[in-house]
Design a protein around this ligand. Structure first.
Ligand code: ZN
Length: 334
């Protein structure tokens, strides 16, 4: 009898332990990172693929256009010590992956160039020739295009403020300002022939881009601010839901400056979604041995992403705005 009682008791304990383990397992959820792009929108909607710095590929499923398209991203040693040229192999690898992810044919209707520094303008003429696009930008950018033999018919000059139509998209260019980094100012007044040193690419005009699409209503829906600069009141009368906010060099500027920048770009446009761009170390490649790469922040010596990000997080919380840091190859749907 005693043996039977012990056996029954043991069975009960085991059953309870088993039940406990089952409950524990049922209540424990694995950590799964869902792909960002799995939102409610279909792949046919207006979308943009972020590609580091302020480079982005926009499409509505009909036509595709770029902001900047800087894909060469030469290593730091080359930037400092050598004269630069377009890295065609790297560009081909990046664009092949880009069109694949966009699910679009390899053609571009246009490339709007934020300003004429090499990390915005350098690859645009090559891309325009390769994919039949026109380059849109300042006279300073035109000189870079001339240096790469882009026909004048594929260049559209916008002196200050203007509009350009790329497929169904309409992009308004607004004269803005570069982040006060110490590398600003100057115009290219002669063709910039390659190879050329990074410092030979003079800023020219720094633009903001205001994007509209009839599929998303009559007014603009997005503002792209490639460089972390502003002209006071530049966005007067502009209301958008989405702001792509350039961060380059912001971490080395004062808190007052960063707050003013937030005010001009986000509060003054009434945006509810902010996507941070141009925060990455652009001497690192977007593709390596056929594999797409994640971005890395700028070395602390050059920028202080931790500081600027902390502040922007604080402002976004205070003002009830969604804030997202975009990584390379991340798609945003509208
Ligand atoms: Zn710049």
């Amino acid at each position: 009898m005693r043996v039977l009682r012990v056996a029954l008791y043991t069975l009960c304990v085991l059953a309870l332990l088993g039940l406990g383990a089952l409950v524990f397992l049922l209540k424990t959820h694995p950590t799964v990172r869902f792909p960002e792009s799995l939102e409610t929108k279909t792949s046919e909607s207006v979308r943009t693929l972020f590609l580091g710095t302020s480079s982005m590929a926009w499409t509505d499923g009909q036509s595709t256009w770029l902001v900047d398209g800087f894909f060469s991203r030469q290593p730091l040693g080359n930037v400092v010590f050598t004269r630069l040229t377009v890295d065609e192999m790297q560009i081909n690898a990046v664009t092949a992956e880009m069109f694949k992810r966009l699910n679009m044919p390899s053609a571009l209707s246009g490339i709007v160039v934020a300003h004429s520094h090499y990390d915005h303008s350098m690859d645009a003429p090559f891309l325009a020739k390769q994919f039949g696009a026109k380059v849109v930008g300042s006279e300073s950018t035109w000189q870079i295009a001339k240096g790469q033999d882009l026909p004048a018919t594929q260049m559209e000059l916008v002196p200050g403020r203007g509009r350009v139509k790329l497929g169904e998209f309409e992009i308004e260019l607004i004269q803005s300002a570069h982040a006060p980094t110490g590398f600003t100012g100057g115009f290219n007044s002669k063709p910039v022939f390659l190879p050329a040193h990074a410092l030979q690419f003079k800023e020219g005009i720094s633009y903001s881009f205001v994007v509209s699409h009839p599929g998303l209503g009559p007014g603009p829906f997005a503002l792209i601010q490639p460089s972390a600069g502003y002209v006071e009141g530049q966005n007067k009368g502009i209301a958008v839901k989405h702001v792509f906010l350039g961060m380059g060099g912001l971490g080395k500027l004062s808190e007052a400056y960063i707050e003013k920048y937030w005010q001009e770009m986000v509060m003054n446009t009434g945006a509810s979604n902010v996507y941070l761009i141009h925060w990455d170390d652009f001497t690192q490649p977007l593709m390596k041995q056929g594999q797409s790469q994640a971005l890395k922040p700028m070395p602390k010596l050059l920028d202080d992403l931790e500081k600027s990000l902390e502040l922007l997080k604080m402002f976004s919380k205070r003002d009830g705005v969604n804030l997202q840091v975009l990584d390379a190859w991340q798609m945003v749907y509208f």
